[in-house]
Design a protein around this ligand. Structure first.
Ligand code: FAD
Length: 470
């Protein structure tokens, strides 16, 4: 007999491992030794997610003789970079609409640079033989409420104005593409998004950087960074790394006090099903294997893996008072059950048929403009890039380029951008910070339930250029 309602979600989750599917592999790389004693180098990179790994690789590509050291508090690719949805987007600005709203005429250049960035990521994977299940399937945005159909039409017009290859799909067409009764319309951006295995991408970048001579120290947290002689010194429990320059790539765990007002760590969660049978797989259609996302404020993102599992994530975006980050917060049964319920509402043909093998969460570095910001500290010796807000798989490579430009004191097409030179509006301090986020989340949920109507609070935030997203 089939379970009903909440029992069904709970039973589908019963055997889910509370760990990211992507890193739960037997062939994950062996950890590098921690730092032992002092090091001296040209460039020290703090953080071994995509941001730090791209910066290391690009630094070596720009100048193979440059000596580069990377220190990672845990294991490279174990944080957001190894636990995301694997949507690698050309967008640097968390979508075209956000970019156009915030950067005006500059958005055309940002779109071009973002597209080039995606292309160069693809070339890098070829160059270093990085096997990470890269599939240039594009992304299908779906309307699941009447009011979202109009939003999709507007998005299609905007995308066409920028020369994007998009296809607007009516109800029958979108349901023929992917078999969900919830879809009312779809917009398929056919080539500006690739699907990737996120952990294998991080591990591949790490291996390539090591091959080029980058010295990677894992389980080596930086605890303090100071000016030192003509460069900087990075203190770790196992020794000090002295360097001419540094790049801070620590995502939502900023070491610099000045970054804390711009960033809030937001927990995003995902489920992974077990591999579908041939019949279950056929019941979904989805032959073009696009990444999928709906148009709500509290949106879901989902995709299919090469071995025909479905990853289903998003919706809740949870902030904890005082910017709290802790591994206990990576598990949240209320969110997992909600996601399971929404998964079966999206694909009712799988109800009672499919269970989840993994359920996990991870931290996103949200800022009020939803896209990265950049800068330098310690008299220009330390560069930073942060604030990717849930769309950093591709954009972190661009961020690495910006950090290297800034450290070289080079004026480039990138560093001339207002996108690079400006900062987001800061979040207020606690307790206003958590109160403001709670009101915003409540308002966004209400807007989703009320045909997208934004209340006074959201309209005031829109006018001020402030927001909260994942
Ligand atoms: C569940 C989830 C789903 C997501 N889905 C997508 C998606 O589909 N597409 C997309 O584009 N983006 C997505 N994102 C966001 C994306 O994963 C991030 O933007 C991206 O991985 C950021 O890379 P990063 O290197 O800046 O951060 P991280 O991967 O978090 O790396 C930062 C590293 O710095 C290390 N570190 C921190 N402090 C120190 C210290 N003091 N000393 C040394 N090391 C330190 C950490 O251990 C960590 O390894 C998602 C994120 C999550 C959590």
């Amino acid at each position: 007999m089939r379970a009903k309602g909440s029992n069904l979600w709970a039973s589908a989750l019963r055997d889910a491992a509370p760990t990211p599917y992507w890193t739960d592999r037997l062939d994950r790389p062996v950890a590098r030794e921690p730092l032992s004693g002092g090091e001296s180098t040209d460039l020290v990179i703090i953080g071994g997610g995509y941001s730090g790994l791209w910066t290391a690789l690009l630094a070596k590509e720009r100048d193979p003789h440059r000596d580069v050291v990377l220190v990672e508090a845990g294991l490279c690719g174990d944080a957001a970079s190894g636990r995301n949805g694997g949507f690698c987007s050309a967008s640097l600005t968390h979508g075209l609409a956000n970019g156009a709203e915030r950067f005006g005429a500059e958005v055309a250049r940002l779109e071009r640079l973002g597209r080039r960035n995606l292309h160069e990521i693809e070339q890098t994977l070829d160059r270093y033989d990085i096997a990470c299940d890269w599939e240039r399937t594009g992304e299908l945005s779906v309307a699941v409420e009447d009011y979202q159909v109009a939003d999709l039409h507007t998005a299609a017009e905007d995308a066409l104005d920028f020369g994007h290859d998009v296809r607007l799909l009516g109800r029958d067409e979108v349901q023929a593409e992917v078999h969900s009764p919830t879809y009312l319309a779809g917009l398929w951006d056919t080539e500006r998004v690739a699907m990737v295995d996120p952990a294998r991408l991080a591990w591949g970048l790490r291996a390539a950087a090591i091959r080029l001579g980058v010295r990677v120290y894992e389980h080596t947290p930086a605890v303090k960074i100071v000016r030192d002689g003509s460069g900087i010194a990075v203190f770790t429990p196992f020794g000090v790394v002295r360097a001419r320059h540094g790049a801070l790539a620590t995502n939502a765990y900023p070491l610099l006090r000045r970054l804390r007002r711009y960033l809030v760590p937001v927990y995003d969660y995902a489920l992974m099903t077990g591999p579908l049978t041939a019949a279950q797989r056929a019941s979904l259609g989805w032959d073009n294997r696009q990444g999928l996302g709906d148009m709500a404020n509290q949106f879901h993102y989902y995709r299919i893996t090469p071995d025909n599992r479905v990853l289903f994530g998003g919706y809740d975006a949870i902030y904890h008072f005082g910017n709290r980050i802790h591994s206990d917060l990576e598990r949240r049964s209320a969110t997992f059950e909600k996601l399971a319920e929404h998964f079966f509402a999206t694909f009712p043909q799988l109800k009672g048929e499919v269970t989840f093998s993994h359920a996990w969460g991870g931290v996103i570095d949200t800022c009020t403009r939803f896209c990265p910001f950049f800068g330098t500290a310690l008299d220009g010796r330390l560069a930073y890039a942060a604030g990717y807000t849930g769309l950093g798989v591709g954009a972190t490579r661009f961020g690495g380029q910006v950090m290297l430009d800034l450290l070289a004191g080079q004026e480039t097409e990138r560093t001339r951008l207002r996108f690079v030179r400006s900062k987001p509006l800061p979040f207020p301090p606690e307790p206003l910070r958590s109160a403001g986020i709670a009101i915003t989340r409540w308002s966004l949920a209400r807007a989703d339930a009320q045909q997208g109507r934004r209340n006074l609070w959201l309209r005031a935030l829109d006018r001020a250029g402030l927001g909260f997203d994942s």
